[in-house]
Design a protein around this ligand. Structure first.
Ligand code: ATP
Length: 216
């Protein structure tokens, strides 16, 4: 696949396709038309065809899509065959929630270690993993495969820790700290700001409140 030809807008829709196709497989649906898929997902059939054409189609005229093949191929495009391994840095509330959330493992991402610099947290068991001391970070990464660092530390420590893991060769950072992390390294970063999403919901709800007031 040529990465440059695929827009991020399309890439961002792929996990959603993957999710719907996985649900269909669970229901033992083996074949689906772009029309049916579009009704389920609430996007147009032409958008679906256009998206999937970026990767060479997968559909057959008059047959639709083979759900299993499509799910597997989208999984490959998303790199799921790499079975990426992740560590969590910051065993606070967010770190705990992520460590205990089983969906990431279902999607093929395994959490292999959790680190914290608070000695009261070191040694605590979170989802079968003992929290490790930050002093062990270098050693751990040297001796174990780690692809992704999930950062759930307070924002003032985020850049410094990100630099540290990047210099240890980690290639991906999933940042939950409330700051937009940018690094000079060749590291892929995804900033996840849950409160931004909540505030968008707040905006939409407020709009409705304002509209209802205006119509009184
Ligand atoms: P708690 O109150 O239980 O610590 P929290 O989620 O409110 O939970 P935060 O202040 O957001 O805590 O910190 C998240 C976690 O990051 C904590 O477990 C904290 O010990 C850890 N932490 C803070 N600074 C660092 C650091 N420099 N390196 C590693 N872990 C850190």
């Amino acid at each position: 696949m040529d990465d440059k030809k695929v827009s991020m807008a399309v890439v961002k829709r792929l996990p959603r396709y993957y999710r719907y196709l996985t649900d269909l497989l669970k229901l033992e649906v083996n074949r689906i038309s772009s029309k049916e898929l579009s009704e389920k997902m609430g996007i147009t059939a032409s958008q679906i065809r256009q998206d999937l054409n970026c990767f060479g189609g997968f559909g057959q005229q008059g047959y639709g899509y083979n759900v299993e093949i499509l799910q597997r191929e989208i999984g490959k495009i998303l790199g799921m065959q790499n079975k990426f391994k992740a560590i969590i840095i910051g065993a606070g509330n967010m770190g705990n929630a992520i460590a205990n959330y089983s969906l990431f493992a279902e999607r093929g991402y395994s959490i292999v270690a959790i680190f914290d610099n608070n000695t009261e947290k070191v040694g605590k068991i979170i989802n079968n993993l003992a929290v490790l001391d930050m002093n062990e970070l270098e050693n751990y990464i040297k001796n174990n495969r780690v692809d992704i660092a999930i950062l759930t530390v307070p924002f003032q420590y985020t850049s410094q820790i990100a630099e540290r893991v990047a210099s240890l060769g980690i290639k991906g950072i999933w940042n939950f700290s409330p700051m937009d992390l940018r690094l000079s390294h060749e590291v892929k970063i995804e900033n996840v700001h849950l409160s931004d999403s909540l505030m968008v919901l707040g905006y939409r709800m407020n709009k409705k409140i304002e509209e209802d007031k205006a119509s009184l």
